[in-house]
Design a protein around this ligand. Structure first.
Ligand code: NAD
Ligand code: ISE
Length: 338
């Protein structure tokens, strides 16, 4: 049984606690912590977990085998570094950190430790639809990929969501997915700014991100975070000999009153429910088996942060922003993605 401590008991923290306590096997939530002490206390009481005042205290708790970081992005670095210093596995929700420099500090700490302790929550790599799309691409059936069209649509976002988060918190999923899907790094990014949705308040919504890969493929991403009708994730690859796209995912089709309708997921929890289950179960099984993490690494978190930083500059400047990564440390050399 792996004893996991959860830092951050907000939306995804509670969702991961639910899956660890009632869906997954071989795991127990033994401790929680949140700057919002009242939420941490009520979640801790509900699942019978110890409540720690700080994340650092939780990581140092000898009964905690591994840590799940689900606090706000800018707070991730301190907890990931503390877990590495304690030599304990840590699963960090995306983004690994909100700046390139913070990700570099994590890479330095993990390489100095000499083994992989960090996994980042880029769960699309575990989604059956994305995996099926990648299998078609890798089979060579549609030829070399030339273009990919993506849409990332949220019905709404919380009040704390700020302008740059369309890139750093939302499009960052496509940034990671594209590196994994196409197996190449991203070499430049531009952001086009259409007229604003009246549903977006002070946000610039939607945005249109254009990425160029090292091999010359072009990827466009529509980011709409106040689309109202539901949570809709779309992706289509245009190859030399054909195209392949994520299908419609609903198991239900209603024909009524001259219309055909299928439900759209309400949010990310519903759309990616199985992907989150699989990513965490594999992480837990790996720890139990003494196998270092095999999912998205600190390097993937770093690469996504570099592109995301470039995306934010492109949003502010309107320019094409080229991207350069540091040399990949040996620790991550064997990884397939880019
Ligand atoms: P949230 O606001 O619902 O919850 C975040 C929690 O972190 C809050 O309870 C807050 O009090 C707590 N917190 C803030 N600072 C803290 C600190 N220094 N120490 C401990 N706790 C702290 O946000 P959320 O939607 O649950 O998102 C949390 C993280 O998960 C973000 O990084 C977000 O990008 C990521 N996320 C990932 C996915 C995904 O699809 N993989 C989906 C949602 C959120
Ligand atoms: C949120 O943090 C997530 O990661 C969701 O998957 C994404 O769709 C949403 O836009 C983010 O804010």
């Amino acid at each position: 049984m792996i004893n996991v401590g959860v830092i951050g008991t907000g939306m995804i923290g509670q969702d991961h606690i639910r899956r660890m306590t009632s869906v997954l096997s071989g795991v127990r939530v033994c401790a929680v912590s949140d700057v919002d002490a009242a939420t941490a206390a009520s979640v801790g009481e509900r699942v019978g977990a110890a409540v720690h005042t700080t994340g650092q205290e939780l990581i140092a708790d000898p009964s905690v085998d591994a840590t799940l970081v689900c606090s706000w992005g800018p707070t991730h670095e301190q907890y990931v570094l503390a877990a590495i210093a304690a030599g304990k596995p840590v699963f960090c929700e995306k983004p690994l950190a909100t700046t390139t420099e913070a990700c570099q500090r994590i890479i330095e700490a993990e390489t100095a430790y000499g083994g992989r302790l960090v996994q980042v929550g880029y769960m699309r790599r575990y989604d059956s639809a994305y995996r099926a799309l990648k299998a078609v691409l890798d089979s060579g059936q549609i030829g070399n990929p030339l273009l990919m069209h993506c849409a990332h649509r949220n019905p709404s976002v919380p009040g704390v969501y700020e302008k740059d988060m369309a890139i750093t918190d939302t499009a960052v999923h496509e940034i990671d997915m594209v590196r994994w899907m196409l197996g190449e790094e991203i070499r430049a990014v531009r952001v086009l700014v259409p007229r604003r949705s009246r549903n977006g308040g002070i946000l610039q919504d939607p945005l249109f991100l254009l990425m160029e890969t090292a091999g010359g493929a072009i990827v466009d991403v529509e980011i709409s975070v106040n689309i109202r009708y539901g949570y809709d994730i779309r992706g289509e690859i245009v190859g030399e000999d054909g195209t392949a796209a994520l299908g419609e995912l609903s198991p239900l089709v209603v024909r009524h009153a001259g219309q055909v309708a299928t439900p759209v997921p309400a949010d990310w929890r519903e759309r990616f429910i199985r992907a989150y289950d699989i990513e965490l179960q594999e992480w837990i099984d790996g720890i139990a088996g003494g196998v270092p993490a095999t999912g998205p690494s600190s390097w993937d978190g770093y690469a996504a942060a570099v592109v995301s930083d470039a995306g934010v500059s492109a949003l502010h400047s309107g320019e094409r922003v080229p991207i350069a990564l540091m040399d990949k440390p040996k620790l991550y050399a064997a990884e397939a993605a880019a």
